[in-house]
Design a protein around this ligand. Sequence first.
Ligand code: AHG
Ligand code: MN
Ligand code: MN
Ligand code: MN
Length: 330
Amino acid sequence: ESSRIAVPIGTTLDRFIKNNQDQFAYASGELSQLLRDIALASKVVNREVNKAGLIDIMGAVGSQNLAGDDQQKLDVLANIRFTRALTKGGEASALVSEELDTFVDLNNDGKYVIAIDPLDGSSNIDVNVSIGTIFSIYRRKSPVGTPIQEEDILQPGSEQVAAGYVLYGSSTMLVYTTGHGVNGFTYEPTLGEYFLSHPDMRMPVDGKIYSVNEGSANSFSAPMKAYIQYCKDQRYTARYIGSLVADFHRNLLKGGIYIYPATAKDPKGKLRLIYECNALAFIAEQAGGAATNGHERILDLTPATLHQRTAFYVGSLNMVEKAGELESAS
Ligand code: AHG
Ligand code: MN
Ligand code: MN
Ligand code: MN
C-alpha cells in the first residue's frame, strides 16, 4: 500500500485550464496552449535543475546579458527551452527575455506576446538554493499577421492577460492568474503532471516578514531606512533568499513584504519591470496584496525600454502601504 503514489487530490493543470476557459477573455484553446507550452518547458528545466551538479550545466558561460548579469549556463539553457516550447506552440508572436538583448519574432500569426525571466535567482543555482521562472502574457496590439511593433512589447503591466511563476524548490510549483484569482499547482515528477494544490491563493493582508538585502542599507533613502527601522521595532523576521520568486512565494503564503529599493549601485532599483515585476505585481494584486515602486502602482508604469529597471515593493497590502506612507512623507 505504501508504494502507491500519493497522487494529490485535485485536478491537473490541463483540466483546470479547460474547466476555467470562460475566465480567459480570448479564444478558447489559446491560453491552454500557451500555459501548456510554458508548463512543458518548466518540466524540462525542472529536470535539468534537479540534475545540476551531475551534468555540466553549473557555472557561468563567460558572457553578460544586456542587463549586465553574468549569464549562467542554466540561464541560457532555460531561455532556449522556453523559446523552443513557445515557438512550437505557435500562439506567441514575440518573446521578450532577460537573456535576449531585443525581442524575438516567433510567429506573426500569433496573437500573444510573452515576457519571461527564464531563470530567476541565478546566483543560487550553484549553491542548490531555490530558483524560479517568471512569465507575463499580453495580447498583441498590432494586427495579427503583421510584424511586431514596439507598442506590442512596451505595454503597461495592467495589460497582462495572464502571468505566473514556476518555483523550483523542495517541490516544483506553478502559480498563475488570468485575472480571476491565483491558483497554485504542484508538480508530481513521477507522473509528469502539475496538480492543483493551492486553489484560490490569498496573500495575508498583514505580515511579520520583511525581505530586503540589507547589505545595501547604507545607500538606502531616508524613508527606506525608516521603514527598515520600523520592521525592527515591530520585531519582524528578516528573510532574504536572493531568489525573488522564492521570497515572493513565501510572502504570498505567510504574509510579508519584499523590497528591492533604489541603491547606490542600482539608483533605479535592480529588478526589471517587464519580465520580473509586472507578473508578480499582477499575482500580488489578484491575491489581495499590492505592488509599487514606492510611490506608484507597478501595473500603471508604461515601460520606455525593454530591460528597464524599477524599485519594487511587493507583498501584504498593509505592509506595502506602510512603506509607501514613509516614502511619501519624505
Ligand atoms: P536573476 O537571477 O533573474 O537575474 O534575478 C536575480 C534577482 C532576484 O531574483 C533576487 O531577489 C535579486 O536579484 C537578488 O539581488 P541581490 O543579490 O542584489 O540582493
Ligand atoms: Mn540575471
Ligand atoms: Mn530575475
Ligand atoms: Mn533571470
